[in-house]
Design a protein around this ligand. Structure first.
Ligand code: AMP
Ligand code: ZN
Length: 109
């Protein structure tokens, strides 16, 4: 997936403001935040979209969702947050590497 911008971020070839990383996932701040706090959680495995995930991806999808409240709290969203997964062109997806947006805290500055 040499032309995937998020794979390049995972590989360290494109810089990002990292929120969290382990063997399976990476979380980093969105470059164009639409809220005061806005980051994305992505699998390190290249999965193009939610529609391209299969049964073998069940564990990583669960891990990402379970990480969302933990990381949101660490980023100052104690009162709650929103999640968003754009899927496919018709769903407004622009980067075809599965990502869960986590955001909140009011409008971006
Ligand atoms: P989506 O419409 O769900 O595919 O959103 C893709 C998101 O990726 C957008 O909110 C972009 O601002 C964000 N984005 C694109 N390139 C980068 C980058 N290099 N670093 C951080 N976020 C990015
Ligand atoms: Zn990728």
């Amino acid at each position: 997936m040499s032309d995937c911008i998020f794979c390049k971020i995972i590989a360290g070839q494109i810089p990002s403001r990292k929120v969290y990383e382990d063997d399976d996932v990476l979380a980093f701040h969105d470059i164009h935040p639409f809220a005061r706090v806005h980051f994305m959680i992505i699998p390190k495995k290249h999965i193009a979209s939610l529609a391209d995930a299969g049964p073998e991806d069940q564990a990583i999808l669960g891990k990402i969702l379970l990480l969302a409240p933990k990381l949101a709290q660490e980023q100052g969203l104690e009162g709650g947050f929103k999640t968003l997964v754009n899927t496919g062109r018709g769903g407004g997806q622009e980067v075809f590497h599965l990502h869960v947006h986590v955001f909140g805290g009011g409008p971006a500055a």
